[in-house]
Write a protein that binds this ligand. Structure first.
Ligand code: VGL
Ligand code: ZN
Length: 209
């Protein structure tokens, strides 16, 4: 495992928000356990960006926007299959705020995603239509970064989509497993690891850095 290179490496912290932590609207089991691990990591990286799931009320990924559907059902939207979620990370809500113990002071950029009512965005790079860009890859390239270290919530949704898009965009990608937690919906975590392995994402741990 390479050691951290301040010129080329950036830590990307995905969606460490109250709604994905215990008692949140879409709680990821043990989600808040990533906070101290990520704080320690962000002290060691010279560069860090954060992502924030940021939905308007009535977002089409919310089961509540579809009268006949329940949370965790899958439906077909204009761009393909979409899991329906409990209302979560509504813009400006407590649930959308970062976990209060997350050290956000050193972050150089906060990317918000999922703000278009009709399109969900798991990935930090492309929305779920796989065409609408968030602008993050242009930012990271312009900054000269080549290696991205990913962590956050949830491994099998926003983290995996971000990792796969980052590979497609030509970055070297390391996934910090002890700084992630998963939702694990019907085998989604195994599936995520399979796809990341095939795409050349390197699985590692913060203790290896
Ligand atoms: C996420 C489901 C819906 C995530 C966001 O951050 O993994 N999952 N919105
Ligand atoms: Zn969301």
């Amino acid at each position: 495992m390479p050691s951290i290179n301040d010129a080329t490496d950036c830590l990307v912290v995905v969606d460490v928000q109250n709604d994905f932590c215990p008692d949140g609207a879409l709680a990821v089991p043990d989600g808040d356990a990533v906070v101290p691990v990520i704080n320690a990591l962000s002290n060691r990286f010279a560069h860090c960006v954060l992502t924030q799931d940021w939905h308007p009320a009535g977002h089409l990924s919310f089961a509540s926007s579809h009268p006949d559907e329940a949370p965790f059902a899958t439906i077909t939207l204009a761009y393909g299959e979409q899991v329906l979620w409990p209302d979560h990370c509504v813009q400006g809500s407590h649930g959308a705020a970062f976990h209060e113990d997350l050290d956000t002071l050193g972050a150089e950029l906060i990317v918000r995603k999922g703000f278009r009512r009709e399109i969900d965005s798991y990935s930090a790079f492309y929305e779920n239509d796989q065409q609408t860009a968030t602008g993050l890859s242009g930012y990271l390239r312009t900054r000269g970064f080549q290696r991205l270290y990913l962590c956050g919530l949830a491994t099998d949704f926003c983290v995996v989509y971000s990792a796969l898009d980052a590979r497609r965009e030509g970055f070297d990608v390391f996934l910090l497993d002890d700084a992630c937690r998963a939702i694990d919906l019907e085998g989604s975590l195994d599936n995520a690891w399979q796809r990341m392995r095939d795409a050349g994402v390197v699985r590692t741990e913060s203790t290896q850095l």
